[in-house]
Ligand binder design. Structure first.
Ligand code: SF4
Ligand code: SF4
Ligand code: FES
Length: 222
């Protein structure tokens, strides 16, 4: 069945989008960039990082902020992707993210992209940014059902059931592949002709703080 066409505006320009489309998807269809962290096209949207925030109006002067990866388009919607309110919100989200996980490349990248110059909060050294990509990858693409969140608030973490690798985990490394937190920053070589070798022993690294992906570490090397 043909889907209904929604008329809306994005940054003041009129556009048409199919009913059921998210704002993020509609924006991408028209070449408008909205930053994302916890979104991957092939996985269901989760709305965890909130960096994809946009300002939404309904034509009555009132506006609200919402995540563009989870919010569907609606008739008459007026979306701003770069308003001063959006820029402020994104900077705050990026600042909290980079303070929590300064060694995670995606956190640094987003901070740079939103123009963050200074972090006012105490720095932590988390590797997991709680994006949930590994869990969705495992459930939705790999049929592993081997990962989930445990704990609450700042004590939230990703783990396997009872911290044991279940039989349903086939060591496919799908979780590892999508995780922005386990990437070991490339230092490059120091001398011409030198081989740094950092990539080779990757399984020797404890790639996540809680050994979530312990199945790839020294416990159960591939
Ligand atoms: S390696 Fe195991 S935990 Fe990771 S995605 Fe594959 S099945 Fe899931
Ligand atoms: S372990 Fe990696 S993919 Fe999973 S929630 Fe943390 S940062 Fe995201
Ligand atoms: S990309 Fe939308 S909430 Fe993370």
């Amino acid at each position: 069945m043909k889907k209904k066409i929604i008329n809306m505006t994005l940054d003041g320009k009129r556009l048409e989008a199919e009913e059921g489309t998210t704002i993020l998807h509609a924006a991408r269809e028209y070449g408008v960039h909205i930053p994302t962290i916890c979104y991957l096209e092939s996985l269901s949207p989760y709305g965890a990082c909130r960096i994809c925030v946009v300002e939404i109006g309904r034509g009555n002067g009132n506006t609200s902020l919402d995540t563009s990866c989870t919010r569907e388009v609606q008739e008459g919607m007026e979306v701003q992707t770069q308003s001063s309110r959006v820029v402020r919100a994104r900077k705050m989200i990026a600042e909290l993210q980079v303070a929590s996980a300064p060694n995670v490349k995606v956190a640094q990248d987003i901070a740079a992209r939103v123009g963050l110059m200074k972090v006012r909060f105490p720095m932590d050294d988390n590797r997991c940014i709680l994006c949930g990509l590994c869990i969705r990858m495992c459930y939705e693409q790999m049929d592993g059902k081997a990962l989930g969140f445990a704990g609450r608030g700042t004590g939230r973490w990703v783990t396997m059931p009872f911290q044991e690798r279940p039989e349903t985990c086939r060591l496919c490394r799908g979780c590892d592949y999508v995780c922005p937190g386990t990437i070991i920053p490339c230092q490059g070589v120091k001398e011409p002709g030198e081989l740094c070798g950092r990539c080779r022993p990757v399984e020797e690294y404890r790639c996540c703080p809680n050994s979530t992906f312990g199945c790839f570490c020294e416990k159960n090397p591939l």
